[in-house]
Write a protein that binds this ligand. Structure first.
Ligand code: ZN
Ligand code: ZN
Length: 254
């Protein structure tokens, strides 16, 4: 004898399975990076195993400022050649991956092909990295994603840095501060510009809603990519002017 409730559960389960079967026939799951069809047992994964193992990890030793792998033959006081030459306003940046190959493809899909569900998988890479290298999260008071301008937010409908920041804040039980920093103009994509132009492009584009909230606090800024560091540095300089004690940066790739 089957009661009404278990019949309903069975029925719903059956439809869910049927729905999934139909969806898999119409749109077979493919790897986001190489676009090849995924084997059935990996159908729920965003990338195939081959692509997953080809993600280039950022390996220690790290430059103390930008967080890139440090060639110790060309370093002074744990800083890379680039960081010796320029001023970056954040204290330290960290990234689990290199911005190339599969990771570049994934970040591109995440931002421009509306794959916002990737936020959880990519955020988990950041969390694992912090744990693997034992970076101390205890002193961090606030997690702040680098904001998008209102125009870009309307266009994309989500802020990739916020989705990554959500994972990090949740994993380490930290407060996420979403509306502190404001980006009040739409800047050109930094990837289209070189060196000095990147600094000019980003200069003065952030402001802070309530300076008291960051005063004497340790902030962890979150973004998807750190290239020259100009964006994170500009945000950090606004936070430091408002009295933030330290500003760390965590990005997915560098
Ligand atoms: Zn693949
Ligand atoms: Zn560096």
């Amino acid at each position: 004898m089957i009661d009404k409730r278990s019949f309903r559960c069975y029925h719903n389960g059956m439809f869910a399975r049927l729905g999934k079967g139909l969806k898999d026939i119409l749109y077979p799951p493919t790897c986001i990076a190489c676009r090849k069809r995924l084997p059935e047992e990996d159908g729920d994964k965003p990338v195939c195993r081959h692509c997953y193992v080809s993600i280039k990890r950022n390996l220690p030793p790290f430059c103390y400022r930008c967080g890139r792998h440090l060639d110790i033959r060309h370093s002074v006081k744990s800083l890379c050649v680039e960081c010796i030459r320029k001023t970056l306003h954040f204290d330290r940046a960290l990234s689990p991956c290199k911005y190339e190959g599969v990771m570049k493809e994934l970040i591109h899909a995440f931002k421009y092909r509306n794959k916002d569900y990737l936020g959880k998988n990519l955020g988990a890479l950041m969390v694992d990295f912090i744990r693997e290298y034992g970076f101390d999260m205890k002193p961090i008071d606030l997690v702040m994603p680098i904001p998008l301008s209102r125009g870009r937010m309307r266009e994309r409908e989500f802020n990739q840095a916020q989705l990554l920041g959500d994972c990090v804040a949740k994993a380490f039980n930290k407060e996420i501060f979403l509306h502190g920093l404001i980006r009040h103009r739409q800047t050109k994509p930094q990837a289209e510009l070189q060196g000095q132009k990147r600094l000019q492009n980003i200069k003065g584009c952030f402001s802070l809603m309530n300076a008291d909230l960051v005063k004497e606090r340790n902030v962890l800024l979150i973004d998807d990519v750190l290239t020259t560091g100009a964006t994170a540095s500009e945000a950090a300089s606004v936070l430091k002017k408002a009295g933030a004690h330290t500003v760390f940066v965590l990005t997915l790739a560098n």
